[in-house]
Ligand binder design. Structure first.
Ligand SMILES: C[S@@+](CC[C@H](N)C(=O)[O-])C[C@H]1O[C@@H](n2cnc3c(N)ncnc32)[C@H](O)[C@@H]1O
Length: 252
């Protein structure tokens, strides 16, 4: 049974990896079969409704399945060891559905012609994806995507409890992964209405997601996370705020 869990976890991880790599091509309009602006534009209102439903499906799957209360109920049906892999698999399926059914929305919001501007925006786009990937490793890539849990199950080790982390980029912002997504979604030389809808919806979703995630993090890590929230900005890298202790020391 443990071996079957490991196999399931690996398959879910590989599907996630392919979906993640495809996301780069989808948003960046790279040469793949389907991209955010690719294909023939159909009726605008129908396309808008379909795209909003696809974004909503991903948002609901992602936020509901991530909540501790849902996990407690869900793990009465799904074994603990594969709970995260199942989450990752469902998230990937929601994304595949989005890539597959996404309808382009024609209409230019901006188009940068200047060569330096185009290169600068493309650099920010790639930087964003790099920040996302590095962020997952700083938090714990293999735990985030379920491999650690299925491996621990096979070797009969308990899964270590969640630990608070604030290495490297996490000292500048509390949510570097989400910041990376924002860079990748907004930095484009050609912003169409479809791309704008995607960027606005995902930005809204990220802001709501942060609210829920931080509420859970405060429950899990208590004062440690509250202090972190006071000292480090949420999304935009700003100089570190002075800690209470440092402030009191300065004020004498
Ligand atoms: C997809 S990751 C995103 C992490 C972070 N919000 C970011 O944007 O870099 C979500 C998981 O990271 C965990 N997490 C977020 N911040 C954390 C921290 N400072 N230490 C440990 N875990 C954290 C959350 O509990 C959640 O399970």
């Amino acid at each position: 049974m443990a071996i079957a869990s490991l196999f399931y976890g690996i398959v879910a991880y590989l599907i996630f990896l392919a979906t993640f790599l495809y996301a780069i091509a989808f948003v960046g309009n790279l040469p793949v079969p389907k991209t955010i602006d690719g294909g023939a534009a159909g009726s605008f209102p129908a396309a808008l409704v379909i795209d909003v439903l696809l974004l909503g499906l991903f948002a609901i799957q992602h936020s509901v399945m991530a909540r501790p209360a849902f996990k407690r109920a869900w793990t009465r049906i799904v074994p603990d060891a594969i709970e995260r892999s199942t989450y990752v698999l469902f998230a990937s399926l929601a994304l595949i559905m989005l890539y597959w059914q996404w309808q382009p929305l024609a209409g230019l919001v901006w188009s940068v012609q200047n060569q330096a501007g185009v290169l600068g925006l493309q650099a920010i786009f790639w930087l964003g994806w790099g920040v996302v990937l590095i962020g997952t490793f700083l938090i714990n890539h293999f735990e985030l995507f379920g491999l650690q849990q299925v491996y621990a199950h096979v070797v009969g080790k308990p899964n270590p409890p969640a630990a608070f982390k604030a290495p490297s980029m996490y000292k500048w912002v509390r949510h570097p992964i989400y910041f990376g997504f924002l860079l990748a979604f907004w930095a484009t030389p050609t912003m169409t209405l479809g791309h704008l809808l995607f960027a606005v919806a995902t930005t809204g979703y990220i802001l709501i997601g942060i609210w829920f995630e931080e509420r859970d993090l405060v429950v899990t890590f208590g004062e440690q996370y509250r202090r972190y929230r006071r000292e480090v900005s949420m999304l935009i890298p700003l100089p570190r705020k002075r800690t209470e202790v440092e402030r009191l020391a300065r004020e004498g």
